[in-house]
Design a protein around this ligand. Structure first.
Ligand SMILES: [Fe+2]
Length: 292
């Protein structure tokens, strides 16, 4: 221990960090030293008052109370502060051309039903019919057979099935597909719409206080993986969504904005089981084999 161990405003972070015992995990010690140093610097720079600090503690307490097995308010807080995207980006830097990651979000459900290529993931057929089609390849363009695509999206009203267990069929707009021998996949769905992140808790209150809206631009979620490849946790974004450049969780990357083509071709309608015009999204996922 350095110094006399007594608190001192000028050296406040140093005094606290000096208490960390030499026997503890070096990584924990390093991280806590950095966090303490920056937290003390922030309190000093913003000249936080006693009332403001108690309000901050009250906010964090409410954030904890709002959280349960289905609602993770701390993840939401991390998302709206851009921290989820920062951690994800720092830890998933891939070679040029490989599909980029973005936030997982709170609505993924493990073990969704396995479906056949060409199946629909929409159990209620509400919304504009959409075909999603493409290939999964490696960074050299070689097809990956047997790659899995776990897809999930919100319905036409902007809700996931787990948010409306009484209004939507179970597993609505979810499914797991496997690529064929040429790495191809295709399935049908409905065009995603923008939706608000859950804003009835303290994070919603914070967004309103900051003059920010809660609407995530329309997207489909994917987890795409294959043995020996770095799994991509990613989205496909709808290009004409009014919120594309205002995502409250900062998940949009230019490389993830797709092209939704309105298709009136009768032969294609019949080929994919549509009874009228549909939206067609051609999208290839490119996996990095360097870091399984
Ligand atoms: Fe989402």
């Amino acid at each position: 221990m350095t110094g006399d161990g007594l608190f001192d405003i000028a050296r406040s972070a140093e005094v606290v960090n000096a208490r960390i015992d030499d026997s503890v995990s070096p990584r924990l010690a390093d991280v806590m030293r950095v966090v303490t140093r920056h937290a003390h610097a922030a309190i000093k720079e913003a000249a936080i008052t006693q009332d403001e600090w108690m309000a901050a503690i009250g906010f964090l307490t409410q954030t904890g109370h709002m959280s349960n097995d289905w609602r993770q308010e701390f993840v939401l807080l991390s998302d709206v502060l851009g921290i989820s995207m920062l951690v994800d980006g720092l830890n998933h830097q891939r070679p040029a051309g490989a599909t980029e990651n973005t936030v997982l979000g709170p609505f993924h459900v493990a073990n969704a039903p396995r479906r056949q290529l060409g199946d629909s993931i929409s159990a209620d057929n509400k919304g504009e019919p959409t075909l999603v089609i493409g290939r999964v390849t490696d960074t050299a363009g070689r097809p990956i057979a047997g790659a899995t695509l776990d897809v999930w999206q919100a319905n036409d009203d902007g809700f996931y099935d787990v948010q409306q267990p009484d209004a939507q069929p179970k597993w609505n707009l979810r499914g797991v597909f496997e690529t064929d021998a040429e790495g191809r996949y295709w399935f049908t769905s409905v065009k995603p719409r923008f939706y608000p992140i859950p804003d009835d808790g303290p994070v919603g209150t914070l967004l309103r206080a900051l003059g920010r809206h809660p609407f995530r631009p329309a997207h489909l979620h994917f987890i795409v993986g294959a043995p020996g490849y770095d799994e991509a946790v990613t989205h496909i974004f709808v290009p004409d969504c009014p919120y594309l450049h205002q995502d409250p969780v900062f998940g949009v990357k230019p490389s993830l904005i797709a092209d939704f083509q309105h298709t009136v071709d009768k032969a294609e309608q019949g080929q994919y089981g549509f009874s009228g015009p549909f939206w067609k999204v051609e999208w290839n996922f490119i996996l990095d084999g360097a870091r399984p």
